[in-house]
Design a protein around this ligand. Structure first.
Ligand SMILES: CC(C)(COP(=O)(O)OP(=O)(O)OC[C@H]1O[C@@H](n2cnc3c(N)ncnc32)[C@H](O)[C@@H]1OP(=O)(O)O)[C@@H](O)C(=O)NCCC(=O)NCCS
Length: 171
């Protein structure tokens, strides 16, 4: 499963992506905006573990964001279970040197459409740390709507803060 977009190619993670992944993921500014299971510092072993894991993803829910032939970011869908099984969470990050070019806006649009077409779900969502204006903008530009401020939901970098719940409902 691949998506050739105007600004990037979304394709499965492959063996060989490790050094580019390590280079672009090893960034505290990325770590500050994602869950703690994303490591910082991001070392070669972390990149090897991720590529091993993601390249065996048989559900086609995780994609490398490829620019100029290099995997410089990631976008993925996390299926929810039990009573939340008609929902998926969307997550993404991009190497800092590529920020501000609309790459993620385009990728989130493509993966959101894919999610509603390919999976039996009615809801996509992201919860964004309260300071992450770029991610809020990306979601809003793709039709995600602010639903709630989850007060004191996040403990990141030793500090408690709010999360902002954004969701897109299948029409
Ligand atoms: C969030 C992230 C993926 C955005 O990537 P990007 O390449 O900058 O995204 P885009 O260029 O597609 O769009 C960014 C939008 O946010 C806007 N933006 C960026 N910084 C902003 C700020 N501080 N305040 C307001 N808007 C801001 C940009 O102007 C742009 O909007 P525009 O097209 O209307 O001008 C990137 O910053 C990143 O990887 N951050 C770390 C990981 C992360 O936050 N992941 C998401 C977790 S919910």
């Amino acid at each position: 499963m691949e998506f050739q977009l105007q600004k990037s190619l979304l394709r499965p993670w492959n063996i060989g992506d490790e050094s580019s992944l390590e280079h672009h993921a090893n960034n505290r500014k990325i770590w500050m905006n994602v869950r703690d299971h994303f490591p910082y510092p991001y070392l070669r072993g972390d990149a090897m573990r991720w590529v091993q894991h993601a390249s065996h993803n048989l559900s086609h829910t995780v994609f490398a964001i490829v620019v100029n032939g290099n995997a410089v970011g990631s976008i993925g869908l996390v299926p929810k279970d039990d009573v939340y099984r008609k929902s998926m969470e969307i997550g993404y990050w991009l190497g800092e040197e590529f920020w501000g070019n609309g790459i993620i806006t385009e990728a989130v649009g493509a993966v959101s459409n894919y999610a509603f077409e390919q999976f039996d779900i009615v809801r996509l969502y992201a919860d964004v740390f309260e300071w992450n204006k770029a991610s809020v903008r990306v979601l809003e530009k793709n039709g995600y709507v602010f639903e709630a401020r989850l007060k004191k939901a996040v403990f990141k970098d030793g500090k408690i803060s709010d999360a902002l719940m954004y969701a897109k409902i299948k029409e």
